[in-house]
Design a protein around this ligand. Structure first.
Ligand code: PEP
Ligand code: MG
Length: 316
C-alpha cells in the first residue's frame, strides 16, 4: 500500500473537481527535511525550533540557533520554509523556564518571550542569516492578540535592518480561542495564518492536549470547526492564505472538512504526505464543502464523523 501511495508523489495534490491544495511538511531535523522533499512536499509549513532547546539551561543565543537551523535548512534552498519561533508552551518547557507560569502551567510562551526581546532578536538574526537561501516565512506561535504580533514585527524589522536584509513575511498561528476572536485583525496584520489544531482543539474543548478526547479526530467537533471556519473567512477577507499545521491535517475524517472550509495549505509530518495527497485526489471539493456546511451545525463530533463518511467517502 505504501508503494502504491508513493507512486502518486509526482501527481498534483488536487481533488477530482480540480481544487488544488498546497501540501507542506512539518519538520524539525535534517532527516525530516530530506523526507519531506522525497515525499514531494512543496516546502515546509512548520519548522519547530524549540525541540533542540528543551533541555537548555538558558535562552539560546544567535549562534546556537544558527547551528541548530543550518542542517535543517540545507536541502530547502529556494523552497517555501515557514519557521516557527521558539514555542516553550505547556508541554515544551525547558528547565530554565520551569515554574515560570501559574500552577506550573506555562501556556504563555509568547508573553514570556516578548518580555525577553533579546531572546527573540537572537533567533530572528539567526533565521534571517541561515534562511537567506530559502523562501523564508516566519511564524509566531501562541498569538493571543494583534499587539503581540506587532511587537514581534518591530523586533523582526530591527533585526533585518541591522543585517541589511529584507523583512520576510510574518504570520500568526491561531491556536488560542482569543486569536480566533480577533482573527480579522490578525489576518489584516499577518502575511498568512496557520491553524494549530492540536492546541486549538484542546483549548476549545477545555481539555489537556494529551487527553485522547482532544486528539486530531476531535478537531471535527462542531465548535472547533466553527472556529476554523471563522479563521478562514477572516484570512480570505484579507486575501491571506490559511494553513493547518496541527495533526488534524492528516486525519482522514477531518482533512476533507478542512478542505471544505477553504483551508489553502495542509502541513503534516513527512510520513503522512503520501496518504494525504492520495486522499485529496479521491475527494470532491464540492462534497467537502457540503459536508463542512452540515458539520458546522451538527450535534456532536460523532455526528460529524458520520457526515464525512457519508458525504466524502474518504476510503482509499
Ligand atoms: C498545534 O498546536 O497544532 C501545532 C501545530 O503546534 P504544536 O503541536 O507544536 O504545539
Ligand atoms: Mg501548538
Amino acid at each position: 500500500r505504501r508503494a502504491a501511495l508513493a507512486a502518486e508523489r509526482h501527481l498534483p495534490c488536487e481533488t477530482l473537481d480540480r481544487h488544488s491544495v498546497i501540501l507542506r511538511a512539518n519538520v524539525a531535523t535534517a532527516a525530516d527535511s530530506e523526507a519531506a522533499l522525497r515525499a514531494g512536499a512543496d516546502g515546509v509549513g512548520l519548522l519547530r525550533t524549540e525541540l533542540p532547546f528543551l533541555e537548555a539551561r538558558r535562552w539560546p543565543g544567535e549562534e546556537q540557533h544558527a547551528a541548530a537551523l543550518a542542517p535543517v535548512l540545507r536541502e530547502l534552498a529556494g523552497r517555501p520554509v515557514t519557521v516557527r519561533t521558539l514555542d516553550f508552551a505547556d508541554d515544551k518547557v525547558p528547565p530554565f523556564l520551569a515554574g515560570a507560569g501559574p500552577d506550573g502551567r506555562i501556556g504563555r510562551g509568547l508573553p514570556l518571550m516578548l518580555a525577553r526581546p533579546e531572546a527573540f532578536t537572537a533567533q530572528f538574526r539567526a533565521l534571517l542569516t541561515t534562511g537567506a537561501g530559502t523562501d523564508l516565512r516566519i511564524m509566531i506561535p501562541m498569538v493571543a492578540a494583534p499587539e503581540e504580533l506587532r511587537a514581534c514585527r518591530e523586533l523582526l524589522r530591527a533585526a533585518a535592518e541591522s543585517l541589511g536584509v529584507p523583512v520576510p513575511p510574518l504570520g500568526a498561528m491561531v491556536e488560542l480561542p482569543e486569536a480566533v476572536d480577533r482573527a480579522d485583525e490578525l489576518a489584516r496584520e499577518s502575511a498568512f495564518l496557520s491553524v494549530g489544531s492540536n492546541d486549538l482543539t484542546s483549548r476549545i474543548l477545555g481539555l489537556d492536549r494529551r487527553d485522547p478526547a482532544a486528539g486530531p479526530a476531535h478537531t471535527a467537533h462542531p465548535e472547533v470547526l466553527r472556529a476554523i471556519g471563522r479563521v478562514v473567512e477572516a484570512a480570505h477577507r484579507h486575501r491571506r492564505q490559511v494553513s493547518v499545521c496541527g495533526d488534524a491535517a492528516a486525519h482522514p475524517l477531518v482533512m476533507p472538512l478542512l478542505i471544505g472550509l477553504g483551508c489553502d495549505v495542509l502541513s503534516a509530518a513527512p510520513a503522512a504526505l503520501d496518504e494525504i495527497r492520495a486522499r485529496v485526489r479521491r475527494l470532491d471539493a464540492e462534497a467537502c464543502a457540503r459536508a463542512a456546511h452540515e458539520a458546522l451545525v451538527a450535534g456532536g463530533v460523532e455526528e460529524v464523523w458520520a457526515i464525512v463518511r457519508r458525504r466524502c467517502s474518504p476510503a482509499l
